[in-house]
Design a binder for this molecule. Structure first.
Ligand SMILES: Cc1cc2nc3c(=O)[nH]c(=O)nc-3n(C[C@H](O)[C@H](O)[C@H](O)COP(=O)(O)OP(=O)(O)OC[C@H]3O[C@@H](n4cnc5c(N)ncnc54)[C@H](O)[C@@H]3O)c2cc1C
Length: 453
């Protein structure tokens, strides 16, 4: 008998689950209330990286003047930028829609809710359809956390979702939150020409990252004129005319023209009808087992809603794994369950930052013996050709076996280069495996070979 699967949410988790399940022979319905591609395409990964790409292009052109090119204008045209983001989003949505259609996934545009453990209702503007399901996948994602002390208006007091781009380019942006999202927005707007102040609640930006990596980013921010307000927590935002004032808990006050909040997210689950199907939740997240099943055997949760590593890349793999598990096809993949500790991640600042696996600082705090090798890009011919010697490659390995346990890269194209270490970490490769690979010269990747020596 054909398995009927109903998925709520068309982000990376829902889409990847839908296409994998359809390929494995299930009858799949995908319910999405907004845009296929999810928040990842509409608000998060794609527009933020497209804005960053524009800022990087501007910095690159400005730097190129040192490489013998004559001066060119680098003004930011917000209308053109807005148009580009919208074209990009439309194109990517079209690609996913065609992929889903080619796999015969039925698409229902509406809001999905659980009616009982085997029925999902899709409510559209003019009709209500009930779908019976053998397997239900909840992949409704998350949205920015909105504190009650911030008068968000989308004009001067912004969430990340109001920033693509905002109505006017901030003259002075105050960014609240110094995690991955916060520092990416600092970089984005500074490289477009805004003055930026970052409120850092701890003593280090990126508190969860390797201190050496965070220090490299802080150094770069300071060189670029970003003001860091450390050890301060924003408690109130006041808007007066064209000015926005942020009060901090230690009495410090910052006044800018705009404020942007990047203080985390909350899951989209309040209206899902979890209770009607008996699905447990904790703080709105749906706890899952290693196979991503909720407490109800045939109801799975994936992506940000599962409360695991909130990354688009992880959400996609989770979606795939759910389809394989639900359809009894886990043996088609080499790995049956996801090892979240081996997921790589990146921060698209400039220099870029990327890491995977065990960090040096974590090994140290766990009292674990590791070998750490570090090579600065300053020694790389390609970095010198690029006129950008910032950053380094660091590889953490087992001193007895040489097996690569983790690594961090700070520098240009770090998000691409980390893939080499990620493949090594996921597959138990050794430093010798990396060192003995003949890589292209001149490239930044050669620094990986050296760090693996
Ligand atoms: C600013 C920012 C930048 C980021 N950049 C990156 C990055 O560069 N790389 C990376 O890997 N991750 C990035 N992330 C994280 C990434 O966006 C998320 O981890 C990812 O979107 C999670 O995918 P998802 O499928 O769980 O949910 P989403 O992408 O949020 O999709 C969920 C979908 O469900 C829909 N939905 C919700 N409720 C219902 C309902 N009841 N009925 C029907 N549809 C519903 C929503 O409309 C949405 O389309 C970023 C996050 C932020 C905030």
């Amino acid at each position: 008998m054909t398995t009927r699967m109903v998925i709520i949410g068309g982000g990376p988790a829902g889409n990847s689950c839908a296409t994998t399940a359809a390929r494995l022979g299930a009858e799949v319905v995908l319910i999405e209330r907004d845009t296929i591609g999810g928040a990842a395409h509409l608000w998060d990964c794609i527009p933020s990286k497209a804005m960053i790409a524009a800022g990087n292009a501007r910095s690159f052109v400005q730097r190129s003047m040192r490489m013998g090119l004559s001066e060119v204008a680098t003004d930011v045209d917000l209308d053109q930028l807005r148009e580009r983001l919208s074209t990009l989003e439309g194109r990517l949505e079209g690609q996913i829609r065609s992929l889903l259609a080619s796999q015969q996934v039925q698409f229902a545009h509406g809001t999905g809710t659980l009616i009982d453990p085997h029925t999902v209702r899709a409510t559209t503007a003019d009709e209500t359809i009930d779908f019976e399901a053998d397997v239900i996948v909840l992949a409704t994602g998350s949205r920015p956390r909105l504190p009650d002390w911030a008068p968000i208006d989308g004009v001067r007091v912004l969430t990340t979702r109001d920033a693509y781009p905002p109505p006017t380019l901030p003259e002075h942006l105050v960014v609240i939150g110094s995690g991955v999202t916060g520092v990416e927005f600092v970089h984005m707007f500074q490289s477009m020409g805004s003055e930026v102040t970052l409120i850092v609640s701890r003593q280090q930006v990126l508190p969860a990252k390797d201190p050496e990596v965070a220090a490299a980013l802080e150094e770069d921010f300071l060189r670029r004129g970003v003001r860091l307000l450390k050890g301060a927590r924003a408690v109130e935002i006041r808007r007066e005319g064209d000015e926005v004032t942020v009060d901090c808990d230690d009495g410090r006050v910052v006044t800018g023209t705009h404020a942007l909040l990047a203080i985390g997210s909350v899951p989209n689950s309040e209206t899902l009808g979890l209770d009607r199907a008996g699905v447990h939740s904790e703080d709105g997240y749906v706890p899952v087992d290693v196979n991503l099943r909720s407490n109800i055997e045939h109801i799975y949760a994936a992506g940000d809603l599962s409360g695991r590593l909130p990354l688009s890349s992880v959400a996609s793999i989770q979606g795939q794994k759910i389809a394989e598990h639900a359809l009894g096809a886990l043996s088609v993949s080499r790995r049956r369950v996801i090892d979240y500790d081996k997921a790589s991640s990146a921060i698209f600042t400039e220099p870029e930052i990327a890491d995977v696996g065990l960090a040096e600082a974590d090994a140290f705090s766990e009292g674990r013996k590791v070998r750490v090798t570090k090579v600065p890009f300053a020694a790389s011919a390609k970095a010198q050709i690029n006129d950008d010697p910032r950053g380094f490659v660091k590889i953490v390995s087992d001193p007895a076996t040489g097996v690569v346990l983790g690594g961090s890269i700070v520098g240009r194209h770090a998000a691409e280069l980390i893939s080499v270490i990620a493949v090594a970490v996921s597959n138990g490769l050794t430093v010798a495996d990396i060192h003995e690979s003949a890589l292209v010269h001149p490239t930044l990747a050669e620094a990986l070979r050296e760090a693996a020596e």
